[in-house]
Design a protein. Structure first.
Length: 224
């Protein structure tokens, strides 16, 4: 029942949201045309519900050939591949708005495990890979909230001499996987509401970390 009701609200609110924010698409599209390489949107292959692939839709924020340039699929702060408009879109999370189309289509929900690229999905251990997408992936989720400034974490690690690939394998993905499994075990309308509220707070007040106050039973981060 939870899944059907959630899908109903996802469809209604994503359709309403798309109508309300559609005026923003015009200036963002123009700015992308003028400051990037002419690309307004990009469609990328992601792992979705029951590990089926789908195309996620976002506003373009990076150079078209960025995956084949230095840095590959890892993005850090002040990455030269990010376009001027793209930098603003990523900070404000406005680049995520077109994903409302994915929600309308049913590929995504407002809240759920973040859909990953196949290469990133492969970084999860076998248990996480087998379970994480038993829930429809979301625009936001507990992993997205906890790692809301993932680019900064990777950049800080890199500046300390830690290889970004190793940092992902040894720090980010083990904990992110544990968080996503926690969500599967605790998903409810109240959990989703708290995650949505935390997401809004993290955008408006990025220096506030209230996750532990909202959820006191989250998996503990390995500090080693």
């Amino acid at each position: 029942m939870y899944g059907y009701i959630k899908r109903f609200f996802d469809f209604i609110f994503s359709l309403l949201g798309l109508i309300l924010i559609s005026p923003l698409f015009i200036p963002i599209s123009i700015a992308n045309r003028l400051t990037g390489e002419g690309e307004v949107f990009y469609n990328q292959n992601r792992v979705g519900y029951k590990t089926k692939r789908f195309g996620i839709i976002k506003f373009a924020t990076m150079l078209k050939n960025s995956p084949n340039m230095s840095g590959g699929t890892i993005t850090m702060r002040k990455d030269p591949r990010i376009t001027p408009m793209g930098r603003y879109l990523r900070i404000t999370k406005l680049n995520e708005l077109p994903q409302l189309l994915n929600v309308i289509k049913g590929d995504m929900s407002f809240v759920g495990p973040r859909p990953l690229m196949p290469k990133s999905f492969a970084r999860y251990n076998d248990e996480v890979q087998s379970k994480v997408y038993d829930s429809v992936p979301g625009i936001t989720g507990i992993g997205s909230v906890v790692f809301r400034d993932e680019e900064k974490l990777v950049t800080d690690a890199h500046e300390k001499g830690i290889d970004p690939e190793d940092f992902y394998d040894e720090v980010i993905f083990p904990y992110k996987g544990a968080l996503e499994l926690w969500y599967l075990e605790n998903k409810s309308f109240m959990t989703d509401f708290k995650i949505l509220l935390l997401t809004a707070i993290s955008i408006i007040l990025p220096n506030q970390n209230l996750t532990d106050k909202f959820f006191k039973d989250l998996p503990k981060r390995n500090e080693n």
